[in-house]
Structure formats: structure tokens, C-alpha cells
Design a protein around this ligand. Structure first.
Ligand code: SF4
Ligand code: SF4
Length: 439
């Protein structure tokens, strides 16, 4: 039997709970009467509106741009009128600047048709990616055109597509791999052309055999001498989909410290981002819709939904028949790396992949206690961070002294907290320490 590839250090095996939505085909949620578009949806500077209050906008029209610094433009997800420049709910910042569009339900939806991109060079393709407002939609929202422009000093030989989707509950990438495999493969070819390389590996955990089958078939169907695209089944281990771990699993190369993946010759993109690149280049469609998993025992209907960016969670909950009496906790994102939210008055952004409505039986409510120095957190950490020491320092008001324990290597995967027998909120301690510590 072949041993499946994985990363060497740490990692955990939480129950994946994907059975709740894995077989739910992507369903379109009707556009609500109003959308709230948050201006800062990516890493970098937030957008400045390019339209005024009361302006009429069309679907796909640019409504915001970043004039200076890192960023990408924003587009209207629908035709309508700019009703308000104000503030909207935000999962991390409580409130964030936004613009509200009153939707014109009578306007016809845009129809996008295929166009040939083979005559465009890498520079033109890159500019189209930027113009379509693309950001990494499976993660923190790093502008895609920047990730596609590695420093000239780094020699890139491999594109990795991240189809691991290792966070429990989330199946939005899985459904896209099943339902849009040809689009993902064409998106991969566009990226390869931009990077000027041939080799692409699509990493998928082995608990998704249907996705492995669909993506392998699409890669075979789209095979051409110009590209070498293959699917790599991976061992099921969280956080297999984290960038550094994925690179090490597939290539054996280790990205050091704060270096970029390009330092080891690799560029990584999520499969959903790759599908969005297809939309942008082949269809000319900017990024203004998201595939979002709604799951958990605390909501009446679960599934994978196509929603317009700016749709409020409350509108999604209404469409799903409301929450039920089992609801105990709402998480934006997955249970390992997501954020608790206490309001439904928060709009979907380009980076939202899931909202979980969890019941008491799906979460651990045991109160935390003192560290028993078992060392399990260090054993589970894929980065070798000493979470125990960092937490103890933060509790003692010495968060500024924690860089010696590797706090800046921490990418908040939650493995340490997952294994901690004292149920210590180690990720929260890491976040507090990062605010205080000096590099
Ligand atoms: S959250 Fe940070 S410290 Fe904890 S396991 Fe993940 S990387 Fe390590
Ligand atoms: S796993 Fe928890 S109890 Fe054990 S050493 Fe780490 S912080 Fe302490």
C-alpha cells in the first residue's frame, strides 16, 4: 500500500463532520433587497468608493478601488442604487466601513460567455486578475495578483492547488471540485501561463475520493503537452491545507521562518481561488459571489450556497428556515480557525467560506483550568511553537517576552487548544501575545 504524503511535525485528527453538507449540491440563494459591501475585504488598504451615494450601478461595475498601496477593486454584485455609505457588522472589528446597495430586482442578470485567453500574455492575464478584484478566497484575502508575482530572485517551478479543505464541517471547496472541476483545471492553466511554468500539483486529502476522481478526470481531459497537472492524494491530518504544511507534504521543501513559498520555488492557490481566476479570465466575471457552507445542528437547513458578496448572515438564516433551539454558538469559518460571532447582522465578504451554527453537543463547553505541563500542545503544534510557555507569560502580564517561544511562527491553527486536556484557550493567548511581543 502506498503511504500518503503528509507534513512531518504535529497535527491532529478532529472529527470532520463534513457528512452534514458533503452531498449538498451548490444552491443559489436569492438576492436579498439590500447588500452591504464592506470596503476592506482583503489584506492591505481598504477600497475607496468610486461611486457616490444615490448612484445607479450595474452588476459587475467597479464601485471601489485602492488608489495607493496593496489592494484590489470592489464590484457591484447586482444592479441597484447606492443607498448608504455607512458602517456594517464585522466578525473581528465589530463595525467596518461599507456601502449599501438597494437591489434592482427588475434588472436582468449579467450573462457571461466564454472567451479565448490563449493569445493573451502573462502580463495581460495578471492585469485582468487584478481588475477582477481577486483575493485568496479560502484564507485571509491576500490579493491574488500579488501572489502571482513572486520576487524575480525566486525561481518558481511548481504551482500547488490547495484542495485539502482540512477544516471540519466546510465543504465549499469540495463541492466546487465536484461541480466545477473543468473550470479549476482551466484556471490552473491560466496560472501556469502567468508564472511561465508547466508543473501543477493539486493536493486533496484522501477522505475526499470523489473529489480526487473528479479532479483527476478533469486533468486527464484537459491534458496538453504545455502543462503537467496531477492530483496528489494526501493523508488526512489537520492542518494539511495550511500553506507551509501543504508545500512540505507535496514537495518535501520547508519554507523557513517568515519566508514566502516562492523562496522554495512554489506558488500556492486555493482551488476556489483558481475557479475564480477562470471566471475572471474566461468569462470576464469579477469576484462578487461566494460559495459558502452553512452547517451545524443549530440551523434548520444546511448546505453549500452561492451567495452575493454583501448578503447578510440574517438573510441566509431566513432562507435556511431559521435557527433552532439547539443553537449554542455561531462561528464564521471553521471550528479550528474561525471566529465566534454574536450577531447575524454581518455581511458575507470575498473571504467567507462557512458559517457554522453549532449545538451544545458539537462544542466543548468544559471550563479551562491551570496548565498541567503535559506537553501535548507542543507535540501537536506543526510549527514547534511553545504554546504552554506563551500562555503562562500572557497570564503573568509578560506577553512582550514571548517571541523567544516562537509566537510569530504561530498561524493560529488551533491544534494546541484542541489537544489541551486543561481546555486552555491557547489560540486566544497566542493572539494576545502577538499584540504585545516584539519581533
Ligand atoms: S495555534 Fe499556533 S501554537 Fe497552537 S498549534 Fe497552531 S501554530 Fe502551534
Ligand atoms: S496541553 Fe495544555 S495542559 Fe498540557 S502543557 Fe499544553 S497548555 Fe499545559
Amino acid at each position: 500500500m502506498t503511504t500518503l504524503l503528509t507534513f512531518p511535525k504535529g497535527g491532529v485528527h478532529p472529527p470532520d463532520a463534513k457528512q452534514l453538507t458533503a452531498d449538498c449540491p451548490i444552491e443559489v440563494i436569492p438576492t436579498p433587497d439590500e447588500l452591504e459591501i464592506i470596503l476592506g475585504q482583503h489584506i492591505g488598504a481598504p477600497c475607496t468608493p468610486t461611486v457616490d451615494k444615490r448612484a445607479t450601478v450595474t452588476e459587475g461595475e467597479m464601485i471601489g478601488e485602492v488608489k495607493k498601496g496593496l489592494g484590489v477593486p470592489l464590484h457591484a454584485p447586482v444592479a441597484g442604487t447606492i443607498k448608504l455609505m455607512g458602517m456594517s457588522g464585522h466578525p473581528m472589528r465589530v463595525k467596518a466601513p461599507s456601502m449599501t446597495i438597494k437591489v434592482d430586482h427588475d434588472a436582468p442578470a449579467n450573462e457571461y460567455t466564454r472567451s479565448d485567453w490563449s493569445d493573451k500574455d502573462g502580463k495581460e492575464l495578471l492585469s485582468l486578475v487584478h481588475g477582477a478584484g481577486l483575493v485568496g478566497i479560502g484564507g485571509a484575502g491576500f490579493p491574488t495578483h500579488v501572489k502571482l508575482s513572486p520576487p524575480p530572485s525566486d525561481t518558481i517551478d511548481t504551482l500547488i492547488l490547495n484542495g485539502a479543505e482540512c477544516e471540519p464541517y466546510i465543504t465549499s471547496d469540495y463541492r466546487q471540485m465536484l461541480e466545477m472541476s473543468d473550470e479549476i483545471i482551466e484556471g490552473a492553466k491560466i496560472i501556469l501561463k502567468i508564472l511561465g511554468i508547466k508543473n501543477c500539483c493539486i493536493g486533496i486529502e484522501s477522505n475526499k475520493p470523489e473529489a480526487i476522481k473528479a479532479m483527476s478526470a478533469a486533468a486527464a481531459k484537459g491534458a496538453s503537452p504545455a502543462f503537467d497537472i496531477k492530483v496528489i492524494p494526501l493523508q488526512v491530518k489537520y492542518p494539511q491545507g495550511s500553506e507551509k504544511q501543504l508545500i512540505q507534504s507535496i514537495t518535501g521543501r520547508k519554507v523557513k521562518g517568515f519566508a514566502l513559498p516562492s523562496s522554495v520555488g512554489v506558488v500556492v492557490h486555493n482551488v476556489a481561488t483558481t475557479r475564480a481566476i477562470y471566471d475572471a479570465i474566461v468569462l470576464g466575471k469579477p469576484l462578487y459571489e461566494k460559495i459558502v457552507t452553512i452547517s451545524g445542528l443549530g440551523i434548520n437547513k444546511v448546505g453549500n450556497f452561492r451567495v452575493k458578496v454583501g448578503t447578510k448572515i440574517s438573510d441566509i438564516v431566513d432562507y435556511c428556515g431559521g435557527v433552532n433551539s439547539k443553537l449554542s454558538k455561531i462561528i464564521m469559518g471553521g471550528p479550528m480557525m474561525g471566529f465566534n460571532i454574536s450577531s447575524l447582522d454581518i455581511p458575507i465578504t470575498k473571504t467567507t467560506s462557512a458559517i457554522l451554527f453549532l449545538s451544545a453537543e458539537e462544542i466543548d463547553t468544559t471550563p479551562h483550568s491551570n496548565c498541567i505541563r503535559c506537553g501535548w500542545c507542543l507535540e501537536a503544534c506543526p510549527m514547534g511553537v511553545e504554546a504552554k510557555e506563551i500562555a503562562i507569560h500572557v497570564e503573568a502580564g509578560k506577553g512582550e517576552d514571548t517571541s523567544q517561544f516562537g509566537v510569530f511562527e504561530c498561524f493560529e491553527c488551533g491544534c494546541c487548544a484542541y489537544v489541551c486536556p486543561a481546555k486552555r484557550p491557547l489560540v486566544q493567548f497566542m493572539r494576545l501575545a502577538k499584540m504585545k511581543a516584539k519581533r
